[in-house]
Design a binder for this molecule. Structure first.
Ligand SMILES: [Ca+2]
Length: 237
């Protein structure tokens, strides 16, 4: 407190001194901040611009994130649709394949040439019937035994390719036994008169896969000439 009072007295004494009274007082204080005002305003403007820019950048980022999420959702939806479409195409392809390609190809028919027999001894002659090759001359009451391999088991309809001399009349009747001793087909009949024809059995024969022996039996022959067998076949039902 004493020091403050002493400072005040010193100042009053100085103001009252003749030297101080002779010193002219400046009318206005020097403007030391004026030249910096423009720079300060420029800095303030720059700061405001930076702040707006930061806000704009954040807003742009938020917009981009929203757009990215929407695009991501669209991609997910498209993938789901593609999976459904792919499944549909797969199903249609399977249906088309099933229509184009049978699940199981039809079994090849059994085809046995008559002249391939070894027992009993038969008379073999050439023929101009389909397939060319040879035929055997049939003898009434004879049983011709054929052993062959069956690839596909099932019920087979047998047929016999029968022919005769032109002078024959009436008809020829045969049947197949399987197993031996059992009439498996019923009568198979062909007309005489010199023509060749394929006579079908009316009853199917159940054959297993593997080696089987079928007996061809001549029940009756057309009179007045020879009758022949070119081949016989079995077709899977
Ligand atoms: Ca033949």
């Amino acid at each position: 407190m004493k020091r403050t009072l002493a400072l005040i007295l010193t100042c009053l004494t100085l103001l009252a001194s003749p030297a101080f009274a002779q010193t002219p007082m400046p009318q206005t204080p020097p403007d030391v901040l004026g030249p910096m005002a423009a720079d300060a305003q420029a800095i303030q403007n720059y700061k405001s611009w930076l702040e707006r820019s930061v806000v704009d950048v954040y807003s742009w980022i938020a917009t981009q994130q929203t757009t990215q999420q929407a695009l991501q959702q669209q991609i997910t939806d498209l993938k789901t649709q593609m999976a459904v479409q792919s499944q549909t195409i797969g199903n249609l392809q399977s249906q088309m394949n099933a229509l184009i390609t049978p699940a199981t190809p039809p079994a090849a028919p059994i085809h046995i040439e008559a002249e391939s027999i070894t027992i009993p001894s038969v008379y073999i002659g050439s023929t101009t019937d389909i397939g060319g090759g040879a035929k055997i001359t049939l003898i009434q009451g004879t049983k011709y035994s054929y052993t062959f391999s069956v690839a596909s088991p099932g019920n087979y309809i047998f047929s016999a390719r029968l022919g005769s001399d032109p002078a024959t009349t009436g008809s020829t009747s045969v049947h197949f036994e399987y197993p031996a001793g059992t009439n498996a087909t019923g009568p198979i009949t062909a007309a005489g008169g010199g023509t060749w024809g394929t006579a079908l059995a009316s009853k199917a024969v159940a054959l297993p896969a593997g080696s089987v022996t079928v007996v061809f039996v001549v029940d009756s022959l057309a009179p007045s000439g020879n009758s022949y067998l070119n081949f016989f076949e079995g077709k899977l039902q």
